[in-house]
Design a protein around this ligand. Structure first.
Ligand code: CUA
Length: 179
């Protein structure tokens, strides 16, 4: 067959399956199944994929809850934009807003205490990546992602946005403190 000339037989695709072709189809299919079952496997036995919950929300609803936490638990402000640093009560619900191009507010958590971390975006898709921990979450507008976190090491962590979100994407960095 040639790519330029029309095929000699009009039903050129209806030929018996070649053994080599069948072997490759089987190999590819088997590998698909391996990868498919690795997804639940890594979720249970791996350390990166978190069991998170997702709920519908709106920017207004979420901002209200975040603002209430900021009003109650702000201990200081940081950076030129005066981002509030919040030290919420141990074990409480904490809220983090992603927006062009900022994380708001800065959270200060206590070591060994569990928190319900709520995340949403006010505009487009962002990515929550906690460094140097290997934690990644997609942050989507209209959805409230909730994940239970228990910080096990004191220090200052970096939050970077890992979904390209426009011209200020590279500046969308923040901190998370554990005391
Ligand atoms: Cu937000 Cu990239």
């Amino acid at each position: 067959m040639s790519a330029i000339l029309p095929p000699a037989s009009p039903v050129w695709w209806k030929q018996p399956l070649d053994r080599v072709e069948a072997t490759w189809i089987l190999l590819a299919f088997a590998w698909c199944l391996v990868m498919f079952f690795m997804m639940p496997y890594w979720h249970i036995f791996g350390k990166q994929n978190l069991s998170n919950e997702a709920y519908r929300t709106s920017p207004e609803m979420f901002a209200k809850k975040a603002q209430a936490m900021v009003d109650q638990s702000t201990v200081r402000t940081e950076t030129a934009e005066k981002v509030p640093v919040v030290h919420p009560p141990a074990g409480s619900d904490v809220y983090l807003i992603a927006r062009l191009w900022q994380w708001w507010p800065i959270l200060e958590l206590e070591k060994g205490k569990s928190y319900r971390l709520h995340l949403t975006s006010m505009d487009y898709q962002h990515g929550f990546s906690l460094q140097p921990e290997n934690i990644n979450l997609q942050v989507l507008p209209g959805y409230e992602m909730v994940v239970t976190v228990t910080p096990n090491r004191e220090g200052s962590y970096a939050i970077v946005c890992n979904e390209f979100c426009g011209i200020g994407h590279h500046k969308m960095v923040s901190k998370l403190y554990v005391k």
